[in-house]
Design a protein around this ligand. Sequence first.
Ligand code: NAD
Ligand code: UDP
Length: 318
Amino acid sequence: MRILITGAAGFLGSHLCDHLLKDGHEVIGMDNFVTGSPDNIAHLADNDNFSFYRRDVSEYIFVPGKVDAILHFASPASPNPQSKSGYFNLPIQTMKAGALGTHNCLGLARAQNARFLLASTSEIYGDPEVHPQVETYTGNVDPIGTRAVYDEAKRFAESLTMAYHRSHNVNTSIVRIFNTYGPRLDLEDGRALPNMIKQALLGQPLTVYGDGSQTRSFCYVDDLIDGIVKLLYSEEHFPVNMGNPHERTILQFAETINKVTGNTAGITYVDARSARDPQRRRPDITRAQTILNWEPKVSLEEGLLRSIPYFKQKLGLA
Ligand code: NAD
Ligand code: UDP
């Protein structure tokens, strides 16, 4: 296939490029580097099956030749208000990437009769009142809350995707991604894993926001990418949760990072991020298991060990 990946210079987009090139496809990457980096795709520069367009997907997009599939991953993704690349500081760009960017990609998919895959998020469930989160749960999102620019853009993107499927019969799919980590996460984007790994490798105490009792489940990137590719190759149209169902508190997560890295500086408690920081999050992955025969295999300890060399190199410690 000839596959367009938007957000190709980001964390997940660049891993998708690698995987799909390995599967023998031709990959066209598109990105405007608002939160991603050319470093993430530099190793593909000499690959004849890879080409790249520097474009903003919120503007009309054109790709010469036939396109068989489009994976729409372009969007700021970090919820950290302190981070320059977090969506709090890129509110209009975030809404445009989710709304106009999705519209442009769906228009291209329709014109090209291409399979379309939307990167959605566990954030569409907001601060969930149903636990674990199952795809039929409709969520708890404040449309004008501090996270709304991201959450509502993704919710709109899902609605538009289903509208193109139902009205124009576009072959669409939606993955709701839960917290994922691994090499190429931006050390400065303020998400829990890069923040804490950086602190641990520098021998600093790990910052736990609030009392650390809020929960997440963290999926290693290779597991997630395997699942996304299975979804791409399937005929599924309805949203599928993907993430690691092993739930732990953020405090347990921080303790595991300190143990795996041998950091003895401990933990420091700082103010909670906001009242809107989701308190519990865990995917129900029964649909992915049933439809795609997919579930994650890499434990947190193993995933951390696989990630550490990258972060050491980025910090100049390797
Ligand atoms: P990332 O910031 O590393 O990657 C996003 C990429 O999109 C960046 O390279 C950025 O430059 C690009 N981009 C943003 N707006 C653009 C625009 N208007 N035009 C062109 N390119 C643009 O983030 P990520 O973690 O790789 O996330 C990728 C996708 O997966 C996002 O859509 C995000 O919402 C979704 N997602 C990620 C996670 C996770 O845990 N990593 C969880 C849920 C959903
Ligand atoms: N968090 C933390 N310390 C940090 C960074 C994040 O305690 O240095 C917490 C944050 O408040 C949230 C959880 O870790 O409860 C996961 O945050 P992340 O930024 O990875 O993404 P989210 O799951 O909130 O979208």
